[in-house]
Write a protein that binds this ligand. Structure first.
Ligand code: G3P
Ligand code: MG
Length: 255
């Protein structure tokens, strides 16, 4: 039985920057999460059509930007179909509230600059446009390796997509990887091992003592998303899991 390697990341991780208190996956959200004491953040990263890694959760621009209003309802809604020069013009804050109107979509490079300047750590969830899984893994890992070059603690790269993690492994094998699981699908253990993952990031309801023992026996850490209730957090802490990704930066004070 192998033991998990030393773990450089804190227990508490702010989901998409500051959960729902600010527009998700924006620099404004990171600043707000940091004001609440968080020093590690999760964000979703995909590629523009011209290969720039930037932060966005959904495949389309509809929910969290003003693309339809700015470009017209006929505009292609898929974010990855647009060049970064166009995406950079969008408002990714007004949908949330007036206070954040004008907030842009950030590049991974901008978020790296913010995190590195402030000593914050990052969990980059590779969230590919469907069909671009391996390419997205490769490009995000290549950028991450360059942006964090020489840093003591690298970003943790995670994905629901094994192909994206395979792309990341092929490009930057030294960057730590984690497999995200919403269900315990057949072959997840073998897949995580083959990808050299250091952690499993599970839908929090899936964790129990037996699963934690299995994952630890593979030499991997145990993290959870998205934990927004006190009782759920207490359960995960009592079980001895290693990381909790939360929207509720206002409820949970990271130790
Ligand atoms: O990375 C953890 C969590 O963010 C995964 O789900 O859909 O919120 O990106 P989602
Ligand atoms: Mg995510």
């Amino acid at each position: 039985m192998s033991m998990p390697a030393p773990w450089p990341y804190p227990r508490w991780i702010a989901h998409r920057g500051a959960g729902k208190l600010a527009p998700e996956n924006t620099l404004a959200a990171f600043r707000l999460g940091a004001q609440h004491g968080y020093r590690m953040f999760e964000c979703d990263v995909k590629l523009s059509h011209d290969g720039v890694p930037f932060l966005l959760h959904d495949t389309t621009l509809a929910r969290t930007t003003n693309a339809a209003r700015a470009w017209g309802a006929q505009a292609q809604p898929t974010a990855g179909a647009h060049a970064w020069g166009a995406l950079a013009q969008l408002d990714a804050g007004a949908w949330h509230s007036r206070a954040f109107a004008g907030e842009p979509l950030p590049t991974l490079a901008a978020i790296a600059a913010y995190c590195l300047a402030n000593g914050h750590l990052l969990n980059i969830e590779i969230k590919p446009t469907p069909g671009l899984e391996e390419t997205t893994g490769r490009v995000v890992a290549e950028h991450a390796a360059r942006l964090w070059q020489g840093q003591a603690v690298p970003p943790l790269l995670s994905s629901f997509s094994p192909q994206a993690l395979e792309g990341a492994r092929a490009t930057a094998p030294h960057l730590p990887r984690a497999l995200l699981l919403d269900t315990l699908w057949d072959g997840w253990r073998e897949t995580a091992q083959a990808l050299g993952c250091v952690a499993i990031v599970c839908n929090h309801a899936l964790w129990d003592a037996a699963l934690i023992a299995q994952v630890n026996a593979l030499g991997m850490r145990t993290l959870s998303y998205t934990v927004n209730d006190e009782w759920a957090a207490q359960r995960l802490i009592a079980l001895g899991t290693d990381g909790i990704i939360t929207d509720r930066v206002d409820l949970f004070a990271p130790a």
